[in-house]
Write a protein that binds this ligand. Structure first.
Ligand code: ZN
Length: 312
């Protein structure tokens, strides 16, 4: 390749013509066409929270579901709604996982997942801005970015219903959507197509504190935390601090799929894990940060990029 130095009288004309085209149609040459925007993800979060408390089976969750589906269709996703009935301690509840499929050249797939339900609380108003809203916002923004980006692998962006326990967290109360999906993909013989499953949960906290989860697959931990370090985010992704989280990734890990949970552990002013706002009336938009969504979004996109490269 040779580098041409275009110093000469034609160059200003070309620049002037280009400037005119951009001025006439700002969408023609956007500066960074489909870069991940934490602000955009945060706007999605706010719109989701505006539906109010969104426990599984509620009218508010149904309204949120229709809004998510319409946003995904607008991004050009192939959208699937996988409805099922969950047997919970408070009776049968209709639920639905939402799947945005972005086909690649290969059937092998990477999933990015999160939950869009919020925990049911009767004694206070729980809107789940971070716990439910942040994963929803981040996934919607990822759909917007990935729909316009070439990729080898097939991507599934999955919004799980029923992550939260209806009464008390246990092996059978909670993770309804992810357990249903693993059962479904196992029955369809598609589980083996998953190269990696990346879960995001509570990723909009102000003081982002993500630790290496020992229930996640070691090789994915290594990839995600080294990616975060390369991007200059090691003060948010603490590779040397460990935790053990039970979440929507566990049914996948138990079924032999490589999976990781990227989860914020310091939400609020307290020193303890989850910081004090988790599962309280304080889980509100004011306590969420677009900057944190940007950091996690960039790490997820760079991880996807690394996974998309054919292994040597
Ligand atoms: Zn929760």
């Amino acid at each position: 390749m040779r580098l041409h130095n275009h110093r000469g009288p034609r160059c200003p004309w070309i620049l002037a013509a280009l400037a005119f085209v951009i001025a006439a149609n700002p969408r023609a040459f956007p500066a960074a066409p489909y870069a991940f925007s934490g602000q955009q993800a945060f706007d999605y979060l706010k719109r989701d929270v505006a539906f109010g408390p969104r426990p599984a089976g509620s009218a508010a969750l149904e309204a949120s579901r229709q809004w998510i589906l319409s946003e995904l269709r607008r991004d050009g996703c192939q959208v699937r709604e996988d409805k099922f009935t969950a047997d919970t301690p408070i009776g049968n509840i209709p639920m639905a996982n939402l799947i945005c499929v972005l086909p690649g050249r290969q059937k092998e797939m990477v999933m990015v997942t999160g939950h869009y339900d919020t925990k049911l609380f009767k004694k206070f108003r729980f809107v789940g801005a971070n716990d439910g809203g942040s994963s929803t916002g981040l996934l919607l923004e990822l759909a917007r970015v990935l729909a316009h980006q070439p990729h080898r692998l097939t991507y599934w962006l999955v919004f799980f219903d029923g992550e939260e326990a209806m009464v008390h967290w246990s092996a059978t109360d909670g993770t309804y959507g992810s357990r249903h999906m693993v059962a479904r993909l196992t029955a369809d013989g598609k589980l083996g197509r998953i190269k990696a499953m990346i879960l995001v949960d509570m990723v909009a906290e102000d003081h982002l504190d993500i630790r290496r989860d020992m229930n996640s697959t070691a090789s994915l931990n290594k990839l995600v935390f080294s990616t975060a370090e390369r991007l200059g985010y090691s003060s948010y992704f603490h590779a040397n601090r460990t935790t053990g989280i039970d979440d929507d990734h566990v049914p996948f890990v138990d079924a032999g799929v490589s999976a990781i949970d990227i989860i914020g552990l310091h939400y609020g002013p307290g020193d303890g894990l989850f910081g004090g706002y988790w599962h309280t009336a304080q889980d509100t938009v004011e306590h969420c940060s677009p900057a944190s969504l940007t950091i996690v979004g960039r790490v997820v996109l760079s991880t996807l990029d690394a996974l998309d490269k054919p292994s040597k």
